[in-house]
Design a protein around this ligand. Structure first.
Ligand SMILES: [Cu+2]
Length: 145
C-alpha cells in the first residue's frame, strides 16, 4: 500500500474543480418577501427554472440574516392551512417552479433583525452534489402589491 493520502488528495482536488467548473443549470428570479415588523420569521417567494438536461435537487437553504432556513409548502386540508417541509425539492429538466403565496416558499426562521422595505436579503440555495445558487431577495413594504 503506497501513499493512500496522495490518492485522496488528487481525488479531492479533481472533485472540487469539477464542481467549481460546472455551470449551475438553475436560475432563481424575482425573489421577494414582505417587511417583517415585530416578527422573526419571513416567507420568501421566487421562481426557479431548471435550464439543464438533468433533474436539479435543492437540499437546503442558507441566509446570513436567519439562523435557520428551509423550504415549506402551504397546503389546505379541509379549512385549515398548514405548512409542511418541502425539502428535498426536485426540479425536472426544463421545469419552472414558482414559490408563491399559498404554496411553496423559503421559510426564514430566527431572523437576526427585523427586515425593512427596500433592503436586500442574501440567500443561498444548496443543491445536491455540492453546488449552490446565490439569490438576492428584495423586501417589499406590507402595503406593496
Ligand atoms: Cu413556512
Amino acid at each position: 500500500m503506497k501513499h493512500p493520502l496522495a490518492y485522496l488528495t488528487v481525488c479531492l482536488t479533481l472533485c472540487a474543480s469539477a464542481v467549481a467548473a460546472a455551470p449551475v443549470p438553475l436560475s432563481a428570479e424575482n425573489a421577494w418577501l414582505r417587511a417583517t415588523p415585530g416578527t422573526d420569521v419571513a416567507a420568501v417567494y421566487l421562481t426557479l427554472h431548471n435550464t439543464g438536461a438533468a433533474t436539479v435537487t435543492v437540499i437546503g437553504v442558507r441566509s446570513a440574516l436567519a439562523a435557520d432556513a428551509t423550504i415549506h409548502e402551504t397546503r389546505l386540508s379541509g379549512t385549515v392551512s398548514a405548512m409542511r417541509p418541502a425539502l428535498p425539492l426536485r426540479i425536472a429538466p426544463g421545469a419552472v417552479v414558482r414559490l408563491a403565496p399559498e404554496g411553496l416558499h423559503v421559510m426564514l426562521h430566527m431572523l437576526s433583525r427585523p427586515l425593512k422595505a427596500g433592503e436586500d436579503v442574501p440567500l443561498e440555495l444548496l443543491l445536491e452534489g455540492g453546488a449552490s445558487v446565490a439569490v438576492t431577495a428584495h423586501v417589499k413594504a406590507l402595503t406593496e402589491p
